[in-house]
Design a protein around this ligand. Structure first.
Ligand code: FE2
Length: 439
């Protein structure tokens, strides 16, 4: 994506109000040296967001937008050397009356706190925010995992705020698709940004996988890639896959995002589209040097709703996830909660299994009924299901142990399990089963 400011006459300038704003902006840019110094909020960049890179120990991606175009840049300096500022140029693109920017800070030092701000052309975000690069080792950390945050007008579910309040030091928030009801609707994205609040989009990394509501039939929302830019290590064969499929290694965990929206692809191309991701997945799992793996995508392999049988995805990716003994498969879409495993991975110890954990989470006020049927038909065991209570999930990774908790906005623990590894074995232990898959 190339900067377009130099040649364009933005469509929005045809509006008298926007023209006036543009004139004021030119005055601010060329007469006043810094808009920040004047307190001109109209040109303040907004929707700053920290996003995934392949190596968060040495790099950090930032996206933002502005009502006015300018040559954007990202300024970064170590907290302990705040005047040692490095400037990274941004790429930009116009969409829906805004200019969207992306920039990636590179060659950063691991496990180091940085201050950063965005701006350019005399306009700055007017405040410094901070991020800390990952360590190169497997230092303990916590992350949040949210199911669909999509809502139908009720507003973002309080489970999102509850999770952010309960785990303010989470290193990242993982979202698994359907972040909004209509991915083309900018106002709904504003709801999403408001729910996370600036302090959490500017200060907490976000890893996201794309859901069906980010598409309108086969029309992929341009806002997705502008807000969650491609990490650059996904399958190169397909533009959408390159934009939505990636991995990021973070302190002992390889996070992998896949795109499960095969129904948006012409029927004759679906098999190859899924196989492209299958080959890529197999490769990034084969070359993985991290202790843990968390694979995230939207449509679940074993659905909580029989009518939502995602057979093509299960056939394309199911064996690979099992063969590589992926630890967490983080999914959404069903608007109910399920967690389980393949029957073949049961052990003789009650409440203990091995192999991958498949989770379907919901962080939306919209809830659907669930059943065990789709799991059992395909030889999987749903250990915990919950129908009507949206929740957030917090996961703590510490050396060879992973602790998982699913909690409602009211503080009720829906589910809890641990994964413990040693050199030859992995055990997934039910800490407490709050809901029954049979009920
Ligand atoms: Fe969905």
């Amino acid at each position: 994506m190339e900067s377009e400011e130099a040649v364009r006459v933005p469509r929005r300038w045809r509006s008298p109000l926007r023209f006036l704003l543009a004139v004021l902006t030119v005055v601010v840019m060329f007469v006043v040296p810094s808009a920040a110094a004047t307190g001109v909020d109209a040109v303040r960049p907004d929707r700053l967001l920290l996003y995934a890179t392949e190596d968060p120990a040495t790099s950090q991606a930032v996206t933002w937008r502005s009502e006015v175009p300018f040559d954007g840049e990202l300024e970064v300096a170590p907290i302990n050397a705040p005047n040692d500022v490095t400037t990274f140029p941004a790429q930009s693109r116009d969409e829906g009356g805004y200019t969207y920017f992306r920039a990636t800070a590179t060659e950063l030092a691991p496990q180091t706190a940085y201050r950063y701000r965005v701006g350019g052309g005399g306009i700055t975000s007017s405040r410094w925010d901070t991020f800390t690069t990952a360590s190169t080792g497997a230092d303990p950390f916590r992350f949040l995992y949210f199911g669909d945050t999509q809502h139908g007008g009720e507003g973002i579910d309080p489970s999102v705020a509850a999770g952010l309040t309960a785990v303010p030091d989470a290193d990242m928030a993982v979202s698994v698709g359907d972040l909004v009801d209509d991915g083309h609707d900018d106002a709904q994205w504003q709801d999403w940004y408001d729910a996370f609040a600036e302090s959490r989009t500017r200060g907490m990394r976000h890893f996201a996988a794309v859901g069906n509501h980010e598409y309108d039939d086969d029309d992929f929302s341009p806002l997705w890639g502008l807000q969650f830019p491609e990490t650059g290590n996904g399958p190169a064969e397909d533009d959408q896959l390159r934009e939505t499929v990636y991995y990021s290694d973070y302190q002992g965990v390889r996070f992998i995002a896949l795109n499960s929206n095969y129904r948006t692809v012409p029927e004759e191309e679906r098999e190859e589209w899924l196989q492209t991701q299958a080959r890529w997945l197999d490769e990034v799992l084969t070359t993985n040097t991290q202790t843990w793996t968390a694979v995230m995508f939207h449509h679940p392999l074993y659905s909580g709703r029989p009518a939502r049988n995602n057979v093509d995805i299960r056939q394309a990716w199911g064996d690979i996830l099992e063969e590589h003994d992926v630890d967490l498969v983080l999914q959404g879409h069903d608007h109910s909660y399920s967690r389980g495993n393949l029957e073949a991975n049961q052990t003789d110890d009650e409440g203990v299994h091995t192999g991958p954990v498949y989770v379907i989470a919901n962080s939306s006020p919209k809830t659907y009924p669930s059943s065990t049927e789709n799991w059992r038909v395909y030889d999987a065991v749903p250990r915990v299901q919950d129908v009507a209570r949206p929740a957030y999930q917090v996961i703590e990774v510490d050396g060879n142990t992973l602790e998982y908790e699913s909690v409602t906005a009211q503080g009720h623990v829906l589910d809890e399990f641990s994964i413990v590894k040693d050199a030859t074995d992995k055990r997934v232990l039910d800490n407490r089963v709050a809901g029954s898959a049979e009920s």
